[in-house]
Design a binder for this molecule. Structure first.
Ligand code: LLP
Length: 430
């Protein structure tokens, strides 16, 4: 089933699609239920807000499963030799990791902490790939001790470190290279260009391959991740061409970066499109790996808030302030990211407004140009497509407690990460 067909099947099971072409932004299966109220994973958003409080990250479990399966199916239709890895940085939550491990994904971790979570989440160590442009000795030791399947070597210094730490243990590695390919995305999340802290420069790749062999490491393949939220497919074909020219190794890891829809006007390629683009340039017999994060979890999650104040500035604009903000979603501030917003009980757009957070700076804006249906204090406000890099990059700014993570499925909701308490805020004090 393609991602779109899967979407359709889940949506058809509901009563009505969401209005205004929003269906592809919200979790699969979302619908307006009784009284026009939003349901996520069969759960009424107002009841979720009442039961678990706000702000809260709410995920439709089936959405994550379906997208993981669809991504695997997209590759399986075209090749027998592939592996889909979950880039756990997008949503480093053990419950999500468990779900993806069960569906059959491998895992990409980028720190000792993510490795810890991946092991707790139930990934087989052999299915884990350890990334990072500056892994510490401690992190490398942890990876070796855990029996991580592959370490993605990023520099000559790291080859030396691994040579010493692995002490002839024939650790399997991939070599991360900098392919010199620039996708059209935000500069902060572009990584394929030559001027990058990541990977071995193309000119040094032959020497790095020799060094790996000298160091007793088993070089299994190449890795490159060119960027994130990449809509253009030609860059993946170009990447395959560049990597293949280096030489044939058993594994070819072309990274993640599959884009998602943040607003109704976004129409990203499907998992099928990405698989097709990656595989087009890959030679027969090579195992192609990809490591999507955002596309597996981004649209699965929404953020629920409660509207606190509605302030009209005559001749200027209306500010709708909610009980969260930059601490639970830094992406608007960091990347100028745009989002949709709706009132869970009243979808509509009668009132143009700006949605602001509760933090003590003017830049704390979640949606600059929004339109809500007559917003009032006490309304539950939902921002969709916050499932990736929301929880992951949350902070305690202003000593706010980080929100809980709620998984919804078939009308049942469960807390998989609880809300922080005030005591959590002093837990590390000495
Ligand atoms: N593989 C590697 C080596 C990566 O560095 C990344 C993301 C991924 C895979 C997964 O990329 P994805 O499929 O999620 O696009 N905080 C930013 C995103 C930073 C991504 C960093 N690396 C954001 O909120 O947009």
């Amino acid at each position: 089933m393609t991602q779109e067909n899967a979407d359709q099947a889940l949506v058809d099971a509901g009563e009505s699609r969401l209005p205004g072409g929003l269906a592809h932004v919200y979790p699969l299966g979302s619908r307006l239920g009784a009284g026009g109220r939003l349901e996520i994973g069969g759960c009424d958003a107002l009841e979720l807000a009442r039961e678990f409080g706000t702000p809260a990250y709410v995920y439709a479990e089936d959405d994550m499963r379906e997208r993981a399966r669809a991504t695997m199916a997209a590759f399986a239709r075209r090749t027998e030799s592939f592996e889909v890895l979950y880039a756990s940085k997008a949503f480093p939550c053990t419950a999500a990791m468990r779900l993806f491990a069960e569906v059959g994904l491998g895992c990409d971790v980028a720190s000792g902490g993510e490795l810890h979570l991946a092991l707790k989440g139930g990934f087989q160590p052999g299915r884990i790939y350890m990334h990072g442009n500056n892994k510490s000795e401690r992190e490398l030791e942890e990876a070796l001790a855990a029996g991580v399947g592959h370490i993605v070597v990023d520099s000559f210094d790291e080859i030396e470190r691994l040579e010493r730490l692995a002490a002839g243990a024939a650790q399997r590695v991939l070599l991360r290279v900098t392919p010199g390919i620039e996708p059209d995305t935000h500069t902060s999340i572009r990584t394929g260009q030559a001027d990058s802290k990541f990977g071995i420069p193309m000119a040094h790749v032959p020497r790095a391959i020799e060094r790996c062999a000298d160091a007793g490491l088993v070089l299994r393949g190449l890795h490159a991740h060119i960027g994130s939220q990449v809509y253009a497919l030609d860059v993946y074909e170009a990447l395959a061409e560049v990597l293949v020219q280096i030489g044939e190794l058993p594994l070819l890891n072309m990274g993640g970066g599959f884009g998602i829809a943040y607003t109704r006007d976004d129409h990203p390629p499907t998992a099928d499109d990405y698989a097709e683009a990656m595989l087009r340039g890959a030679p027969e017999g090579v195992t192609v790996l990809c490591e999507p994060g955002r596309s597996l979890v981004g649209n699965a999650g929404v953020s629920l808030y409660t509207v606190g104040t509605v302030k009209e500035i005559p001749g200027v604009r209306t500010y709708v302030s909610v009980d969260g903000g930059m601490a639970d979603n830094i992406r608007p501030m960091l990347y100028g990211a745009t989002y949709e917003a709706d009132l869970a009980a009243r979808f509509g757009d009668s009132t143009p407004c700006r949605i602001a957070g509760m933090h003590c700076e003017s830049g704390d804006v979640l949606v600059r140009e929004a339109a809500l249906e007559d917003p009032s204090p006490g309304d539950v406000l939902v921002i969709p497509a916050t499932g990736a890099y929301g929880h992951a990059m949350a902070s305690n700014y202003n000593a706010v407690r980080r929100p809980p993570v709620i998984f919804c499925r078939g009308g049942d909701a469960r807390v998989v990460v609880r809300r922080e308490t005030y005591d959590d805020l002093t837990l590390r004090d000495r």
